[in-house]
Design a protein around this ligand. Structure first.
Ligand SMILES: Cc1cc2nc3c(=O)[nH]c(=O)nc-3n(C[C@H](O)[C@H](O)[C@H](O)COP(=O)(O)OP(=O)(O)OC[C@H]3O[C@@H](n4cnc5c(N)ncnc54)[C@H](O)[C@@H]3O)c2cc1C
Length: 65
């Protein structure tokens, strides 16, 4: 269901774009923006994969290392 994502996309600071190189690389993710929010598709919203892949997406994007 993309309707919610499409509504939030223009309001997000990253326009709903996830930089794949940052997601899968070993470098720390950039610091959170001082205001606003980032919007990312993760897990089953990206493609059909295992629950482990969905949780790794969430961990990588949701936790500052
Ligand atoms: C038949 C089947 C068997 C599977 N077996 C395995 C297995 O054995 N091992 C394994 O690792 N993985 C398995 N998977 C894959 C696993 O189910 C998925 O990888 C995992 O559920 C993805 O989690 P998710 O949170 O990204 O998405 P989901 O679990 O799909 O959760 C998304 C949730 O968001 C809700 N939602 C969607 N749109 C909106 C909206 N606009 N507003 C509010 N809520 C919304 C949905 O109702 C849903 O509850 C299987 C998948 C299927 C279909």
């Amino acid at each position: 269901m993309n309707a919610l994502f499409d509504e939030l996309r223009p309001l997000s600071v990253n326009d709903g774009v996830t930089e794949i190189e940052r997601l899968v690389g070993s470098k720390p993710l950039a610091a959170r923006p001082p205001s606003g929010f980032e919007l990312h598709r993760i897990g089953g919203a990206v493609s059909s994969r295992s629950v482990h892949a969905a949780m790794l997406d969430a961990l990588r994007l949701g936790v500052q290392f």
